[in-house]
Design a protein around this ligand. Sequence first.
Ligand code: NAP
Ligand code: ZN
Length: 366
Amino acid sequence: MKFNYYMPTKIVCGRDCVLTEGAQMKPLGAHALIVTGKSSAKNGALDDVLTALENNGQRATVFDRVSPNPTIACVREGVALLVSAGADFIVAVGGGSPMDAAKAIATLAVQERTDEEIFAGGYEPTALPMAHVPTTAGTGSEVTPYAILTNDFKETKTSITSPAMFPRIAFLDGKYMRSLPTVSAVNTAIDAFSHAVEGMLSRNATPMSDLLAKESLRILYPLLLKTAGQTTDEERDALLYASTLAGMTIAQSGTTAVHGMGYCLTYFHNVDHGRANGLLLGETLRLCREKGVPALDEILSACGDTLEGVCDTLDELLGTRENLPEEELSEFARRSAQNKNIKKSAYEPTEAELKRIFMASCHTLR
Ligand code: NAP
Ligand code: ZN
């Protein structure tokens, strides 16, 4: 057995933990840039963070202009505000979009890059310190070293990464998800599910990442269908915990073919990130069955369901599927075949197989 395991984020979990454990942010700096979207003002997370920082005697400047699928321009705006305010650390509050924007701001604040160089990789392991407060149970960004940004140069979404992009602290409190619209609860839960599954289907899976993924699936899978209705506080706490476990999984393994393909649907059709993955996941699993990928049986065993049972669950959550023309799906298959995530898949689909997945997932003649 041979592997590395590195996950330096301190996880603080529990009801009201931002208020009761907020002193843990004291060592991060004197002045926080809070990076968030508009919903945090309504779900209570922003108020809790402002109170905690005030109790610590720390100053705060709020940057609440992050929209879904953050762009380089949004990150530049955040860096400019950070510099003009004199902030020296970051608190991210929100879903994956504000959390990813925060990581990019924390990095670009200390490492100069032109727009053209942002996706070139090779980042030094330095960034401003961050605390993250997730308000969706999906991305696990609070425990990963990745920031996924819209990449207009290549017409896709691309991750940037460095070990310094791991937040110092993640505060997990499911109470902020009480206000989450049902459609977001469903899409984000599917995203977390896809992370745990793809983590196990990765060439880079390790015994540790599989352990985390299986526990995530054990908790998450029975709750998936519940996200389409009213969930309880207890269920939301469990969803958040499971999504963090799935984030810890992909922090080791990365994501694979499903995410690599899903970026096309998001970039060109604005399909929500989690939904894009859900649309493609069932057919990808069927291909894994055909190719005899060994991890598939372990995934199904952790879910406690059959392959067709998992596909039915996804179908029920997704409802009417997007119907895209064949020529466009051929182009998406061609683009996806170049994506670095595809090459991380335990079974690396050919371009023809990628097209088959797209056709069966997003074309009504399926
Ligand atoms: P999101 O884009 O952060 O948020 C989606 C919507 O939900 C936004 O309109 C947001 O509003 C709203 N929202 C968030 N929390 C809410 C709450 N508690 N109550 C009511 N509304 C709320 O969605 P996401 O699915 O969490 O993140 C997706 C992004 O994460 C994508 O860009 C994806 O590529 C990335 N991602 C990153 C990783 C990683 O490891 N870094 C992994 C997977 C995905 P406001 O924004 O206006 O507040
Ligand atoms: Zn994802």
